[in-house]
Design a protein around this ligand. Structure first.
Ligand SMILES: *[C@@H]1O[C@H](CO)[C@@H](O)[C@H](O)[C@H]1NC(C)=O
Ligand SMILES: *[C@@H]1O[C@H](CO)[C@@H](O)[C@H](O)[C@H]1NC(C)=O
Ligand SMILES: *[C@@H]1O[C@H](CO)[C@@H](O)[C@H](O)[C@H]1NC(C)=O
Ligand SMILES: *[C@@H]1O[C@H](CO)[C@@H](O)[C@H](O)[C@H]1NC(C)=O
Ligand SMILES: [Cu+2]
Length: 188
């Protein structure tokens, strides 16, 4: 019985397109620069399923930095770069067609090192819990506040590509990682 249930859940996860991504502000998408870095098969798999977990990207080239923005590059997204002010509150929305319980956070990540600047801006100890009848509203609509002056943001996030606002979610049971990245610069 238990086996049947597990099998059905896996079949569903495989059949339904998408596990999740950020829908607003606009997040990085694949483009020609990512094809160059990651290969056409990898990009095709992401285009076929915009919520694809990183672990499921097909045949990534060795020059593909999948664990930063799932391989998406700023060069393909220069028209999507947001301008945020120090201390600004930014509302985000996410789409989670297939939840998998686990931790999540929203952080400013430095592209040069793939490290979080300061502390995560928002942390969920338990996110996307599929055992709940309904996901909490804050799983798909939430906000973060850009740090104030003196926290390094205005020094680090100057040119497009310096920093991203990254939504990171790890489904513990499924062992699947999801990342969406919003390109931004700090208003001067
Ligand atoms: C999110 O997933 C949807 C559905 O696959 C896709 O249309 C959209 O382009 C994706 N957006 C991002 C930012 O990945
Ligand atoms: C952000 O969301 C809050 C709460 O839902 C809302 O009051 C506010 O108007 C939103 N801000 C923007 C800029 O949309
Ligand atoms: C936040 O996300 C990063 C990935 O950017 C992850 O490695 C880290 O464990 C998370 N940190 C917290 C405090 O949740
Ligand atoms: C999200 O909402 C749930 C349920 O209302 C609450 O327990 C949790 O603390 C909230 N998490 C965050 C990060 O705001
Ligand atoms: Cu899954």
């Amino acid at each position: 019985m238990a086996k049947v249930v597990v099998f059905s859940a896996l079949a569903l996860a495989a059949a339904v397109s998408g596990h999740g991504n950020i829908t607003s502000p606009p997040a990085r998408l694949p483009g020609p620069a990512m094809v160059e870095a990651c290969g056409q098969a990898a990009v095709d798999s992401v285009l076929a399923d915009g919520g694809l977990p990183i672990e499921s990207v097909v045949d990534p080239a060795s020059s593909c930095n999948l664990f930063f923005c799932r391989g998406a590059l700023v060069q393909d997204n220069l028209d999507l770069v947001q301008t945020f002010a120090l201390g600004e509150t930014v509302n985000l929305t996410a789409d989670i067609p297939i939840p998998h319980e686990g931790p999540a956070n929203v952080s400013i990540v430095l592209a040069a090192t793939n490290e979080i600047l300061g502390e995560p801006l928002l942390v969920f100890d338990s996110y996307a819990d599929e055992r709940l009848a309904e996901l909490p509203a804050n799983n798909t609509a939430f906000s973060i506040t850009i740090p104030d002056a003196g926290n390094g943001v205005e020094e680090e996030c100057v040119e497009p590509g310096d920093c991203v606002l990254q939504w990171f979610w790890f489904g513990t049971g499924a062992q699947q990682t999801y990342e969406s990245c919003i390109d931004f610069v700090i208003a001067t």
